[in-house]
Design a protein. Structure first.
Length: 163
């Protein structure tokens, strides 16, 4: 396997890992959390948001941001593959990375900085209302963007062998 193929393979895998994480979260975690009381929901989200800050997540999340543009560069002489990878790179940057950093992370930080044990039932309900719908909207956006990125990168990988 040459370096060009390896980079495209890693781009495909890393994009799929992030998209798969978001998809699985949408299919299981979000519906499960929606069934919890306000206090339990907020405690669970605090715990999940703290747990995801780990090396494996950062390697795949940031690695995708790093490796996709390298794939674009390697396939600059195969126009269709190049444009598919460029579209995936731009979509990942805007629809996944920026949405996460500008949308989800500030909400996570708000929740992380809150001592839930000091809040009453009304305050817990208000915090959940402030957090949940916005967080889920941003998550939906990045999940859809991730899915489209996977399709673009996978199609580019298929075309790269047939061009």
């Amino acid at each position: 396997m040459n370096i060009k193929t390896l980079v495209l393979f890693l781009s495909t895998v890393s994009t799929a890992l992030i998209g798969g994480l978001f998809y699985a979260y949408s299919c299981s975690v979000i519906p499960g959390l929606a069934r919890l009381s306000d206090a339990s929901f907020l405690q669970a989200m605090q715990s999940i948001n703290r747990a995801i800050l780990n090396p494996l997540f950062f390697i795949s999340f940031m690695g995708t941001l790093f490796i996709l543009p390298i794939s674009v560069w390697f396939f600059r002489e195969q126009p269709m593959v190049f444009y598919l990878l460029l579209a995936a790179t731009l979509l990942y940057f805007g629809g996944v990375f920026l949405v996460t950093v500008i949308g989800n992370v500030p909400l996570n930080d708000l929740l992380d900085g809150t001592d839930l044990n000091k809040l009453g039932a009304t305050e817990l309900t208000a915090l959940r209302e402030k957090f949940e719908s916005s967080w889920n909207l941003f998550h939906r956006i990045r999940t859809i963007a991730s899915f489209i990125c996977i399709v673009l990168v996978a199609y580019a990988a298929i075309l790269s062998r047939n061009v």
